[in-house]
Design a protein around this ligand. Structure first.
Ligand code: SF4
Length: 222
């Protein structure tokens, strides 16, 4: 894209600070059902689900956890069975050896340092084995205390297309979003972008003509 064209489209849509509130408001109206797709009934189930969701779909995780959570309800339960048994129980989510190791390591720390409870502070969550920034952000947000903004592949693509960041690295994208997204929306914004990314602003063929953001988006093709 020629530089003058990029400048022209940026001028047309205006600065991101002015656009972010209408973008969020319109996405909230458009995707009122936007929420986490993983099924869980407790903070522990949430944590395990998010850990299992790496490199697989939420639908697949839900299929596995439906049975898993009947068998394992406390941190102790994950440590009470032989490693191979837990590996078998989560096998279908893929990367089962690494995930088993992370889950067992996490359960040990929960029992030793957190009275068996899932912590809510990002720094504490990041101490758990296999819990990277994205997982920690998802868990903290779902527990009602977002301390960052989840950046996955959809959030990255949409933030770039909407001209909210020029970065490619998720940590830097998160920093850019934190500067403009109102604090009270840190938890919901990733869900809105993910759902918009799945339904409208899809990777290969964004549906710009049907997009409620097309007058606010520098990448709009209409
Ligand atoms: S206008 Fe097009 S590129 Fe921009 S957010 Fe909508 S679908 Fe995506």
């Amino acid at each position: 894209m020629a530089r003058s064209y990029v400048r022209e489209t940026r001028r047309r849509v205006g600065p991101k600070r002015d656009r972010i509130r209408p973008i969020i408001a319109r996405l909230k109206a458009e995707h009122a059902d936007a929420a986490i797709a993983l099924r869980f009934r407790s903070p522990l189930e949430l944590l395990v689900s998010v850990m299992l969701s790496a490199q697989t779909t939420d639908v697949n995780v839900n299929r596995v956890t439906e049975r898993l959570f009947q068998k394992y309800s406390r941190p102790e339960d994950y440590l009470a069975v032989p490693v191979e048994e837990l590996e078998r129980d989560i096998y279908q989510t893929g990367f089962f050896r690494q995930k088993t190791k992370s889950i067992r390591g996490t359960m040990k720390i929960l029992l030793e340092d957190f009275d068996g409870q899932v912590p809510r502070r990002l720094d504490d969550l990041l101490r758990l084995p296999g819990v990277a920034r994205k997982t920690a952000n998802v868990v903290a947000a779902e527990l009602g205390e977002p301390q960052g903004i989840v950046v996955d592949t959809h959030v990255r693509r949409l933030s770039q297309r909407l001209g909210l960041t020029r970065q490619d690295d998720p940590v830097k994208i998160e920093r850019d979003l934190q500067r403009i997204v109102p604090r009270e929306d840190w938890g919901i914004v990733p869900h809105l972008l993910i759902w918009h990314g799945r339904r409208v602003c899809v990777a290969r063929t964004p549906q710009c003509a049907d997009c409620v953001l097309n007058d606010l988006c520098p990448s709009s093709r209409v």
